[in-house]
Structure formats: structure tokens, C-alpha cells
Design a protein around this ligand. Structure first.
Ligand SMILES: Cc1cc2nc3c(=O)[nH]c(=O)nc-3n(C[C@H](O)[C@H](O)[C@H](O)COP(=O)(O)OP(=O)(O)OC[C@H]3O[C@@H](n4cnc5c(N)ncnc54)[C@H](O)[C@@H]3O)c2cc1C
Length: 298
């Protein structure tokens, strides 16, 4: 209830407040700033994935310039010898305009990733884009194997999707899902979502795929560890992923100490304001986290 009130009033929240929120979650505005943060995370033992903030771009020219910025990032990663790959939202590089444009831009990224022997993650957006995103993935995977997609545990269709996609060489991030989806297609109850998360993980492990567990849910992380142990999964075939800046109560250091791989998703870019507003409006729970974290830090 409080979260909903907060979320519905984000449009009138002062910019300084949104900036306060975004500061701990966003790694600056320039590539130089994000590379420095990545170096620091690498020094602490974390791998990273970099995302340029933005989505739903409606101008073809703009999608070309964003694609160029992403290709430059692959060069910066190589030049600085940092441990990072890249995560890209399809509507950031053209999917809202046409499938053809999105594919054209993704193919430029694949070419650059391949030149640098790096990996490309295609983020998953709302359910309107699920089918097109899998199509893009399948097309790219035919020419370059170091590409991966995302499965959202709140979507009821995800089990069927994973049954179809999983196999050796398949790499997916599993997350709960951030968008507001209808109850006909998405589980709303946290227990159902977590159950589905573990079920997807089980299928991927059984089919020898590479699994990325993206969650801050401490109990779910423990359940994942139990599952991997029960299934005798090789720790080199999975990793944990978290968003930059989310407090984890020492869990990440413990995961590293236990020998698990942990990757931090690091977003940056000048579009921090619009991004933060959209996130706050889309998911009222985030408003709650923000307030909780702001006070927790004091
Ligand atoms: C690496 C990564 C990549 C992702 N990629 C996608 C994607 O491609 N598509 C997509 O739909 N979603 C994506 N997500 C978001 C994901 O779907 C969830 O919405 C989000 O992670 C919150 O779910 P949770 O698993 O952390 O569990 P929750 O039960 O929501 O949260 C567990 C606890 O973590 C804390 N927490 C969670 N999120 C935050 C936050 N943002 N700020 C502060 N505290 C927080 C809260 O204290 C909460 O109690 C990604 C998440 C991660 C970690």
C-alpha cells in the first residue's frame, strides 16, 4: 500500500530525490566512470556485466549511436583488461521500431563481441517482447555461441520456453522478472515465483546448460545452493548475479569465499533520470527498497 502510494507519486518527486535513489545503483554517466567501477569490483573478486541505461528508443539514428557506444565498450573492456561482458535491452537498439533494425544492430554487437572473444547478454523486457527476444537470440546463436538470454520466473510460459531452449552450450540468466504483468500470464505470489525459479534452474542443470542465478533473495540463494549440491552440479557451470548497489548483508563475500562465481550488473549512462523514474513507476516494490535502503545507510 505504502509502496503503491510512493510509486504513484514518483512523477512529482523532486529530481534531487530521484538522483539520491539512482546514485547508489548507477555507475556514473561516462564509459570511463563505469570502467573504473568495474576495475574496483574485479579487484574484489567480482565479474561484471555492463549495461547502458535506456530502453524504448524510437529514433533509428539514436539506435545506431547506442549500438556504436556498445561496440566501443567491448573495445574499452579489452583495452583495460577488465572481466566484463555486456547486457543489452532489445528496445534500446531498435526493437520498438522493427525486428529488422534490432537484428541489424545486434549483429554489429556480435561481430564486435566475436572480435574480442567476449559474451553478449540479451536482457528480457516485458512480455510484449518475449517472443521477438527469443527470435533474436536464436538468430544470433546460429552465428556466434557466446550469446545468452534471460528467463523470467514469474512468467508461466518460462518452463515451456526453457524446455525448448536448454541444452549444452545454452546460457541463460534466470531472474524473477521486473515488469508488471497480468495474472493470466504471470505468477503474482512470491512462493510461486520462487518455485518456478528453482524449477527452471533444475531443468537447465539437468540439460547441462550454463545457469546465471540473478537474485538478491537470500533464502532463494540458499535454496539454489542446496539444489546445485543435490544435483551434484559443477560450480564452473553456473554463477550468481546481482545488481550494482543492492545491499546483500555480506552474502556476496561468502559466496566468493565458498568458490562461487558472482557477477555484478553495472548500469551507467546519462539517461539515469528517465530510467529511475520508469523503474520506480513500473514496480512499486522498488520504491519500498529505496526508502528502506536510504534509511538503512544513515
Ligand atoms: C543481474 C540481474 C539482472 C536482471 N535482469 C533482468 C532482466 O533482464 N529482465 C527482468 O525482467 N528483470 C531483471 N532483473 C530484475 C529481477 O527480475 C527482479 O525484479 C529483481 O532482481 C528483484 O527480485 P529479487 O530476485 O532480487 O527478489 P525480491 O524478492 O524482489 O528481493 C529480495 C530482496 O532484495 C532486495 N532488493 C531486490 N531488488 C532490489 C533493488 N533494486 N534495490 C534494493 N534492494 C533490492 C530487497 O531487500 C528484497 O527484500 C535482473 C536482476 C538482476 C539481479
Amino acid at each position: 500500500m505504502i509502496n503503491s502510494i510512493l510509486a504513484s507519486s514518483v512523477s512529482i518527486m523532486p529530481k534531487w530525490f530521484i538522483k539520491l535513489f539512482s546514485k547508489s545503483y548507477i555507475a556514473g554517466h561516462e564509459p570511463k566512470e563505469v570502467i573504473n567501477i568495474v576495475k574496483n569490483l574485479n579487484a574484489q573478486g567480482f565479474s561484471t556485466t555492463i549495461d547502458i541505461l535506456g530502453e524504448h528508443i524510437k529514433s533509428q539514428e539514436k539506435t545506431y549511436s547506442i549500438t556504436k557506444e556498445y561496440t566501443q565498450l567491448y573495445s574499452d573492456i579489452a583495452k583495460n583488461s577488465v572481466d566484463s561482458n555486456i547486457s543489452v535491452k532489445p528496445t534500446h537498439i531498435g526493437l520498438d521500431i522493427s525486428m529488422g533494425l534490432a537484428l541489424e544492430n545486434f549483429k554489429k554487437l556480435i561481430e564486435k563481441a566475436s572480435e574480442n572473444c567476449n559474451f553478449l547478454r540479451i536482457d528480457m523486457e516485458s512480455s510484449k517482447n518475449t517472443d521477438s527476444t527469443f527470435e533474436i537470440y536464436k538468430d544470433l546463436f546460429k552465428t556466434y555461441p557466446k550469446v545468452g538470454v534471460v528467463l523470467q520466473a514469474y512468467l508461466k510460459r518460462s518452463i515451456a520456453d526453457i524446455e525448448m531452449l536448454a541444452g549444452p552450450g545454452f546460457n541463460a540468466r534466470i531472474c524473477k522478472g521486473i515488469y508488471k504483468e497480468d495474472k493470466n500470464i504471470a505468477y503474482q505470489n512470491p512462493e510461486d515465483i520462487n518455485k518456478n525459479f528453482l524449477e527452471i534452474a533444475k531443468i537447465m542443470l539437468a540439460k547441462n546448460s550454463y545457469v546465471c542465478y540473478a537474485t538478491h533473495d537470500l533464502q532463494l540463494i540458499d535454496d539454489i545452493i542446496s539444489l546445485t549440491k543435490n544435483m551434484d552440479a559443477d560450480p564452473s557451470k553456473f554463477e550468481f548475479q546481482v545488481l550494482y548497489g543492492v545491499p546483500m548483508k555480506g552474502k556476496l563475500k561468502n559466496l566468493l569465499k565458498s568458490g562461487y562465481k558472482v557477477r555484478v550488473y553495472v548500469p551507467y549512462g546519462p539517461d539515469w533520470y528517465e530510467y529511475s523514474l520508469r523503474r520506480l513507476k513500473e514496480n512499486p516494490n522498488i520504491a519500498g527498497y529505496v526508502i528502506k535502503n536510504l534509511f538503512a545507510k544513515k
